[in-house]
Design a protein around this ligand. Structure first.
Ligand SMILES: Cc1cc2nc3c(=O)[nH]c(=O)nc-3n(C[C@H](O)[C@H](O)[C@H](O)COP(=O)(O)O)c2cc1C
Length: 216
């Protein structure tokens, strides 16, 4: 049984998404000590930005593939293999410029060039995915920026609706409150949000492992 974890925060130190993803991972591991954990860090090892176009061209080139196209297709295969091999997946990310992280987008775009991840294939059916997102501001219902988080809905669309996974979203909000004087009065809410995120992350990690243990 295995868990695959991908991180995309551009911060290694002080990253809230990494800390919350750690909580999912640790709880999965505690409940499932023999389980294997594989990881990919898209901040330290980004997918090359030209791999996507090369992989698509390679899909149409047949035997006439260039070395760059073949290399891109091989990388797409490797990315797809990592997800297919895991029963549970943890995706750690951050809200950047009201959208999805560039590194995560490049990874997903390349992944979707693998034939197993083509539209309609739903290769993550039966797998559990924890989508962990850290946001500097607040985006709750009724707040001024309600609807401005364009990362979470898209990621849910891809992993749940397109790829078929059973998805749990764990969000920590207002992470900039502690370092932004204008947000000082929001610090208690930020702490509440992070505590709730860790709590849900722990429950999610245990639930993923328990489900797997029960199914073997
Ligand atoms: C370049 C950049 C752009 C950001 N854009 C947004 C944004 O649009 N909305 C927001 O709420 N926070 C934004 N933030 C704040 C991050 O979402 C926040 O710091 C989050 O905690 C980062 O994730 P991490 O803690 O895992 O590193 C941005 C941060 C950076 C560095």
């Amino acid at each position: 049984m295995s868990l695959f974890r991908v991180d995309s925060s551009i911060r290694q130190e002080g990253s809230v998404s990494r800390a919350v993803a750690d909580t999912v991972t640790a709880n999965w591991q505690a409940a499932h000590p023999t389980g294997e954990i594989a990881r990919r860090d898209l901040a330290t090892t980004p997918v090359p930005t030209d791999a996507w176009t090369d992989s698509i061209a390679g899909n149409y080139a047949g035997d006439a593939r260039t070395p760059a196209q073949q290399q891109a297709k091989d990388l797409a295969t490797e990315l797809a293999d990592e997800l297919v091999a895991a029963e549970s997946i943890v995706i750690g990310t951050s809200l950047y410029n009201f959208g999805v992280s560039q590194h995560l987008k490049s990874w997903i775009d390349l992944l979707l060039t693998d034939p197993r991840f083509a539209p309609g294939q739903r290769p993550l059916t039966g797998k559990t995915v924890a989508l962990v997102i850290a946001r500097g501001g607040g985006y709750g219902p009724g707040t001024p920026r309600d609807g401005w988080d364009h990362a979470t809905p898209w990621l849910v669309r891809i992993f749940q609706d397109v790829l078929g996974a059973e998805l749990t979203t764990v969000a920590a909000e207002l992470t900039l409150a502690e370092v932004t004087p204008a947000m000082a009065e929001l610090v208690p809410l930020a702490k509440q949000s992070q505590a709730a995120a860790h709590e849900l992350a722990a429950t999610t990690g245990k639930a993923f492992a328990t489900r797997q243990t029960a199914s073997v």
